[in-house]
Design a protein around this ligand. Structure first.
Ligand SMILES: [Fe+2]
Length: 292
């Protein structure tokens, strides 16, 4: 720069900051940071951000980091409650969705590594788990409906009390979790109990933000799935109970489109659910597993 920045021209300041970013070696980082700079400057101008308000925002980000530990990732929660995680998931799957692929949903913070291997048709819950039975059948196929044999399916869910086993001293370890493998027709099945909805953690800065926004903090009842087959992109999704009182007010905006389902009564006091997991060809890469 050969002369001082004019003090009354936000556009000149923005141009100078973007120019300072130009030397970034990684082209993707350069592109992303240029957008971050442009949008942050536009935000500050739009709302006429004060120095005190900027400090509040920075303190909030520090608190998000400080609330993150081995059992809870407040940063993931922040991306979730802002709808950013859902937006990114849906955008990354848009080509598959146009071709009839299964809608994705966020992985969330409760998937565990080394979930127990379960045989098709077996139960994934401890017999002591109370609640109405839920029989789940599913099929993993490509976008054309061709079955994918030997695909890995991971599932996990909350109890009828709305608790994951790792949050709940009443449940045995790895309850309501399983890893299955599809048969020659791409099918898998298991027996479980009907899950309940649950609140997201509200003991950190995200909880304070939700309270300030006077928002509901509940997720509708759901089952999580991850389907992985060699040569196909990994699908992470969730299927939601459309009869849940919060079915259309998921605090993390994951309950979209066809993922809302009716759990059909089986005539014996239990319920059934069938899910189709349609995978797009591509690189097979499992998402980050948040829990050991
Ligand atoms: Fe969940």
């Amino acid at each position: 720069m050969t002369k001082p920045l004019p003090s009354s021209d936000p556009a000149a300041l923005l141009a100078a900051v973007l120019q300072a970013n130009e030397g970034t070696a990684n082209p993707r980082l350069k592109q992303v940071m240029a957008a971050v700079i442009r949008h942050l400057h536009a935000l500050a101008v739009e709302v006429d951000l004060t120095p005190d308000e900027l400090q509040v925002a920075l303190d909030f980000l520090v608190a998000v980091g400080q609330a993150t530990g081995p059992r809870k990732h407040e940063g993931i929660l922040l991306a979730d409650i802002l709808g950013l995680a859902t937006l990114v998931q849906l955008r990354s799957a848009r080509h598959a969705l146009e071709a009839g692929g299964t809608e994705p949903a966020l992985v969330g913070p409760f998937w565990r590594a080394n979930q127990p291997v379960r045989a098709n048709g077996s139960t994934i819950c401890d017999p002591a788990t109370p609640g109405p039975r839920l029989r789940v059948t599913g099929r993993v196929t490509d976008l054309q409906g061709t079955p994918l044999a030997g695909a890995r399916v991971e599932t996990w869910q909350a109890s009828p009390q709305g608790m994951y086993e790792n949050q709940d001293p009443e449940q045995v370890s790895m309850n309501l979790r399983g890893r299955l493998e599809t048969d020659a027709e791409g099918r898998f099945s298991f027996v479980s109990v009907r899950p309940a909805g649950y609140p997201v953690p509200i003991d950190g800065p995200c909880g304070a933000l939700l309270a300030a926004q006077r928002r509901k903090v509940m997720r509708p009842a759901h089952l999580h799935f991850i389907a992985a087959a060699e040569g196909y992109k990994v699908l992470a999704t969730q299927f939601f109970d459309i009869e849940d009182p919060n079915a259309f007010e998921d605090v993390v905006f994951g309950a979209v489109g066809s993922l809302l389902r009716r759990f059909e009564p089986d005539g014996e006091g239990g319920f059934t659910l069938h899910v189709e997991l349609k995978l797009e060809r591509g690189e097979t890469r499992l998402p980050h597993c948040p829990l050991p």
